[in-house]
Design a protein around this ligand. Structure first.
Ligand code: ASP
Ligand code: MG
Length: 446
């Protein structure tokens, strides 16, 4: 069994959908996972925001936009009027639901249900097109098998049971299509795996079905050595270990959902990142592969908040850190970077939704200082003692950019710097120049 996931940009026009469908091998057992059409989840999030602001007119305008995006694809995609009409009806069903949310005719309607409509519509359209192309394919609705528990973690046991049950209904069928991103929570409500979650859907399914491979198709030739949005002439990395990919996805490489490596790693299933625009490119293979030298890639993550706690009580004391972490546990907020001195601790978080109660609770432990608008720059590679890529040389590469925190040593695979977001683009370019274009080039493997 293979699992193939296609992101929003891969299905943003009829031509791109045709291209994907032309790649299908009907003899290979495959589950296809699709995101919403590019930009649609953002439009749906905007509908929710405008509705909350009471701006009904703009919300209705957004609905028209969502209709237009899909109708444009439909009108170009289908040959038969019959399929075209069914596809349009599917779009209208979702739009009706969104309208009723806007006019509050259905107060029970949750926001998550609105956000889910992108994947519901995209899969309906592509499924109908595959049927029109006479593929023997089954549509398995993700809301029937993708479940998360009360900690928002995938409930693997339940997913396995339900997914196998759904697939058994189509005995003999080799091709399946399902929605990325969307799921149900432990209360039975529609929920999701967070933004970019279709990658996670694909690897969860892959791990449960013991897939031979999970392919994630986007619009770039694999994972790049640096952020192509800010740095010119980046290049794809052809092989990455699961750990390296995990660090990069977590610390900002936008191509992958931060959690999606874990299910594949547990079952040692390779993940291949492929480009729909150049399918012949080998892409990036993420597997157990490990090379012991060289810097692999640089990534950056924005929206970082720093919390510092200073207290004389920390001196020579034990249990202080555990009390601090207890506060973060209470508000379910993960800590990314951590540094300590004898009388103070500094931590970073990227989810500041509970910042106020966290700082109130921490106030009882010491003097709290909070600052925002920071970025973490993460350099992933193999900093083994026997190679001459030193931490010093990387720091040197950052020139005069102020470094606010450094984290290194927990593993020899990653060094992270905290800087001001206003310095991020310069930092990425300086490091790129220093690490990949200059003296370290000779020992960098890609
Ligand atoms: N459509 C969702 C998003 O835009 C999920 C995904 O694309 O993976 O975040
Ligand atoms: Mg994505």
């Amino acid at each position: 069994m293979r699992v193939l996931k296609f992101g929003g940009s891969s299905i943003s026009t009829a031509e791109r959908i045709r291209k994907i469908v032309s790649l299908i091998d009907p003899l290979k057992r495959t589950v296809f996972v699709f995101s919403a059409v590019g930009g649609v989840t953002n439009l749906l999030a905007e509908v929710i925001k405008k509705t909350k602001d009471g701006d009904k007119e703009l919300s209705n305008e957004l609905i028209r936009k969502i209709r237009e995006v899909h109708y444009l694809i439909i009108s170009d995609l289908f040959a038969s009027n019959n399929f075209k009409q069914i596809a349009e009806m599917k779009v209208e069903d979702s739009l009706k639901l969104i309208s009723s949310y806007i006019s509050r005719r259905n107060i029970e309607q949750t926001e998550k249900e609105i956000l889910a409509q992108g994947e519901i519509i995209s899969c309906s359209i592509i499924y109908l097109y595959m049927l029109e192309q006479e593929f023997d394919i089954a549509y398995v609705n993700a809301l029937r098998f993708m479940f998360i528990d009360k900690y928002k973690e995938p409930n693997n046991q339940k997913i396995s049971l339900k997914l196998n049950k759904e697939m058994k209904k189509y005995n003999g069928c080799r091709l399946f299509i399902t929605n990325g991103f969307i799921c149900k929570n432990y209360k039975g409500q529609v929920d999701n795996l967070n933004r970019g979650g279709s990658d996670y859907t694909a690897t969860i399914i892959g791990s449960i079905l013991n897939a031979s491979v999970i392919e994630i198709w986007t619009d770039i030739d694999g994972l790049q050595n640096n952020d192509p949005r800010y740095v010119e002439s980046t290049f794809p990395i052809r092989n990455l270990s699961y750990d390296e990919a995990c660090e990069l996805a977590y610390f900002g490489a936008k191509i992958l959902h931060p959690l999606c490596i874990i299910p594949a790693q547990k079952k040692r299933i390779p993940i291949i990142l492929k480009n729909t625009l150049s399918p012949e490119d080998q892409g990036t293979v993420i597997s157990e592969y490990n090379i012991n030298k060289g810097i692999r890639a640089i990534a950056a993550k924005d929206g970082i908040t720093v919390i510092k706690i200073k207290s004389g009580r920390m001196m020579q004391a034990y249990g202080f850190l555990s009390r601090i972490f207890g506060v973060f546990e209470k508000y379910k907020t993960p800590v990314d970077m951590l540094t300590t001195s004898e009388i103070s601790v500094a931590m970073t978080i990227d989810n500041d939704s509970s910042l106020k109660p966290i700082s109130e609770d921490l106030d009882k432990l010491g003097e709290v200082e909070i600052s925002q608008n920071h970025s973490i720059i993460c350099v992933v590679g193999n900093f083994n003692d026997d190679h001459n890529i030193s931490i010093q040389s990387i720091i040197e590469g950052l020139n005069s950019i102020p470094i606010l925190m450094i984290s290194f040593g927990a593993s020899k695979k990653n060094i992270s710097f905290l800087i001001n977001t206003s310095d991020k683009i310069e930092a990425l370019n300086l490091l790129n120049q220093h690490i990949f274009n200059q003296q370290l080039c000779s020992i960098t493997v890609h």
